[in-house]
Design a protein around this ligand. Sequence first.
Ligand SMILES: Nc1ncnc2c1ncn2[C@@H]1O[C@H](COP(=O)(O)OP(=O)(O)OP(=O)(O)O)[C@@H](O)[C@H]1O
Length: 627
Amino acid sequence: MATAEELKHEITKVEKELFIVETEMEKWRTKQRQLHEKKTELKKSLNKLKSDTLAQVDWAGTNYEWSEKVESTLKTTFKNNTFRPKQLSAINSTLSRQHTIVVMPTGAGKSLCYQLPALVEQGLTIVISPLVSLMEDQVRSLKNKDIPAMLMTSTSPKEETNAALNALRDKNSGIKLLYVTPERLAKSKRFMANLQKCFSNGRLQRIAIDEVHCCSHWGHDFRPDYKYLGILSNMFPGIPILGLTATATAHVINDVQKILNIQGCLIIKSTFNRPNLFYKILEKPTSNDECLNILENLLKRRYKDESGIIYTNSIKDAEDIANGLRKVGLKVGCYHAHMEAEARSKVHMKWHEKTYQAIVATVAFGMGIDKPDVRFVIHHTISKSMENYYQESGRAGRDGLRAECVTLYRMQDIFKVSAMVFSSVDSMDFLYGMVKYCLNGHLCRRELIAKHFDEDWGDSDCNKMCDVCVSGIGNTKEINLESHCQTLANILDNASKQDTKLTAQKLLDAWFLKGPVPLRHKGKEPSFSRIFAEDVIAYLLVDGYLTEDFHYTAYSTIVYLKKGPNMEVVYDKTFTLKMPVRKYTKFEIDKAAPKQLCDHEVTKSVKRPSSTEKKNNKKSKLIIIDD
Ligand SMILES: Nc1ncnc2c1ncn2[C@@H]1O[C@H](COP(=O)(O)OP(=O)(O)OP(=O)(O)O)[C@@H](O)[C@H]1O
């Protein structure tokens, strides 16, 4: 028998060998990881190459075997004279049986890209769509055009469900379009069995997936049931899939292709510029009454007799604003996720029929709003990202006529929104993108939106349809922030020594030598207004000189400010930081909004009013001078 000494020696030997094996394995694991990464990159490049090659084909041709029928269906059934940009390309590609993803801004006319092909060929088109109200609208409008269409949701009455299921099996059914929700597809075995039957009978024409970005976690509206749609391309070989979305970021589109298993498919993307939308940032007053006063005047005067939407970020705000506006005689509806589906439908309908001038809504009022003549979208609170802002404001002017997108911006709202979103990945970057858009006073607003969608719109694409371009680009004033950064860093260090946390308001107080004396700094009060100082704080926040610190209480989340990573360099001799100053331009809320795209208000840069001037102006003179 071996001695203890010998056994210990043996163990050490084995340990050494194990170490060598593990080091070797780690090396191979790293190699394996690198190869996987390389393979993914190569696959991505291959798919991009495939998509790019497909995109080089001229899909907008009129010499296809179906071209005549396409043209006549557009005119006789849809009563439209011409196609909008990229519609014909999308129609030709799907009729050529290509898997295609169509990316078009809201209101650009995506529905026609699957509704029209449905009528050109024999058989049935399945339309997967996330929103029942959207499907109801579409089915209603198709029936008005004598197009046989049905819908099937998890709440459809039994007879409707049975009729839809029969339409799938019945070879003689004349139904051309069947709308279903993704959960119906994912969870109903009966539906899938009947769809199989439809396919094996050769009657399944194509599968259109509306709001296809809902597949992706990276999109702004992820829906878990959309993930099941990945089975469709394998289950129904040869059946073209047509995905449609208004979300254009490359990341989302890649992800969608992967989830749907249609990598390398054709991507048809039209420009995201909405030339008929006028973009405006308006300074939001601190008091609710003043804010309501602005909304009242906008609705009674600037947008008199016009339809619109007022977006806000909480149910309470939506209810308070709607009640406030009703008290001054305005007809508005309120819409949010806590309302019953029937009540929501009613509000939507009353707005459609113009009984309500506006809907005051949370973002629950979203997808599928097909009201062409929305003349204004007012953001009472900033959106949580540029993507969301683009989608929400994009509900204006779907008829192509001039419409206005007005955002009421105030620093305090950053924290309202961040407290709601901070726990999700990337949410703060998204929110800060939106804040940068609001703080911007020197770049065309369209240019900022274009950047977000990886597009490049020249200055001429704006045609003075944003407040910055109206006030004239160039001659932007800049302010040096070096000494202000140091003061703010001192205040925060000092507060931290006293074990005190500062909200943005408390930080502003200390900066303006207000509030508790021990928290104030030793220097002079800033020579600019507190509102301007708010801009400085917001600017430093989105640039990483300040950072948010979230604390939970029983009822809410409190947002404090602390020094951000970039604050470390503010004492360096070489440190410089300049902030472009927003321009203060006229916006007349008591005058009807211009009707024509080229009707610009005579606008010049004006001096920002003092707070007393503002108070005096509040009721009598309805010119808001904003930044
Ligand atoms: N070629 C065309 N000519 C004239 N009007 C059109 C044309 N194509 C679509 N439209 C109209 O444009 C409006 C918007 O179309 P649609 O609802 O399909 O937009 P969408 O791109 O699906 O928007 P969303 O992303 O909000 O769902 C509809 O009223 C539709 O009738």
